[in-house]
Design a protein around this ligand. Structure first.
Ligand SMILES: NC(=O)c1ccc[n+]([C@@H]2O[C@H](COP(=O)([O-])OP(=O)(O)OC[C@H]3O[C@@H](n4cnc5c(N)ncnc54)[C@H](OP(=O)(O)O)[C@@H]3O)[C@@H](O)[C@H]2O)c1
Length: 257
């Protein structure tokens, strides 16, 4: 793994060791105490596919991408995921890998990151609706238009205070970010999927995109990392790493830093 951008860092960039990698991905100063920061993380093939032949992202990612994926989780206070991705990918409570536990300890982050599932239907993905002790700290984010039976069910399986209703007809992500910040959850990591990423971007709620481009072409019918009606958002390159042919980068909103 070698760091191509930025070039003016005070540590070895080739190879980039774990401390250097954690430094490259640390949340911006002030995040965690005063400001909240939403980073999204995706993987894509060279021809833009966000899934492999089995309809999941696990078949297009690489070893280097998995390393960064695990680090990003370790750095976060809460993992934000669309209910579709949680269902398709069989999301369970996150467990920080032993390799990256020191990152949480160094940042004073106790325990594991929480998991926030975003849904319109209000249905908690099955593996996260289990007994609270098994599922970990799971929160549900929906709007006041979600079916009340589903919301009641979610409250009884996750806990009264674990269901956030932000927005009337649809989820207001800025209100949600404030609610999370009020709970001390300011380092946000969104792991998709493409429809959620579209809506977050449309509301100008994403500060940063972490994207791994894997060195493969797959053709076929696959979603891209955003799915939904046309929109436009500009990002500026911040970081670029090369590892075994994968390009792993961070792009940020021009006015975010
Ligand atoms: N390449 C990658 O890095 C990557 C990352 C993540 C996922 N994926 C792939 O993407 C596919 C899933 O795509 P997807 O677009 O269906 O995933 P998604 O965005 O995670 O799921 C869509 C569902 O999430 C909820 N949702 C999304 N936006 C919402 C909003 N604004 N407000 C309220 N709820 C919202 C809704 O849940 P309800 O149905 O409960 O209402 C919606 O049906 C899978 O194949 C997965 O493997 C790839």
């Amino acid at each position: 793994m070698r760091l191509l951008l930025p070039t003016d860092v005070p540590f070895d960039t080739d190879p980039l060791d774990d401390e250097g990698l954690a430094q490259v991905y640390r949340y911006p100063d002030g995040t965690g105490t005063e400001r909240s920061w939403l980073r999204a993380n995706f993987v894509s093939t060279l021809d833009g596919a966000a899934t492999g032949p089995d309809g999941r992202s696990g078949t297009i990612n690489t070893h280097a991408d998995r390393q960064v994926f695990a680090l990003l989780r370790a750095l976060s206070d809460v993992i934000v995921v669309g209910a579709g991705t949680a269902r398709v990918e069989g999301y369970r409570a996150p467990v920080t890998s032993s390799r990256w536990r020191w990152v949480r300890e160094q940042a004073g982050q106790t325990g594991q990151p929480a998991m926030l599932v975003v849904t319109r239907s209000g249905d908690v993905p099955p593996l996260l609706a289990q007994e609270r002790e098994q599922a970990g700290d799971v929160l549900l984010l929906t709007s006041r238009s979600a079916p009340s039976e589903a919301v009641d069910l979610a409250r009884s399986s996750l806990g009264e205070d674990r269901v956030l209703l932000c927005g009337d007809d649809s989820v207001d992500f800025h209100v949600a970010r404030q609610e999370l910040a009020d709970r001390g959850l300011r380092r946000l990591l969104c792991e998709g999927g493409p429809r959620l990423m579209h809506d977050l971007t449309a509301q100008d709620a994403v500060d940063e995109l972490c994207l791994t481009i894997t060195p493969s072409l797959v053709a076929g019918e696959h979603p891209r990392i955003l799915a939904g009606p046309e929109l436009w958002a500009d990002l500026v390159p911040h970081t670029l790493i090369e590892a075994d042919g994968s390009l792993i980068g961070r792009w940020v909103r021009p006015d975010a830093l």
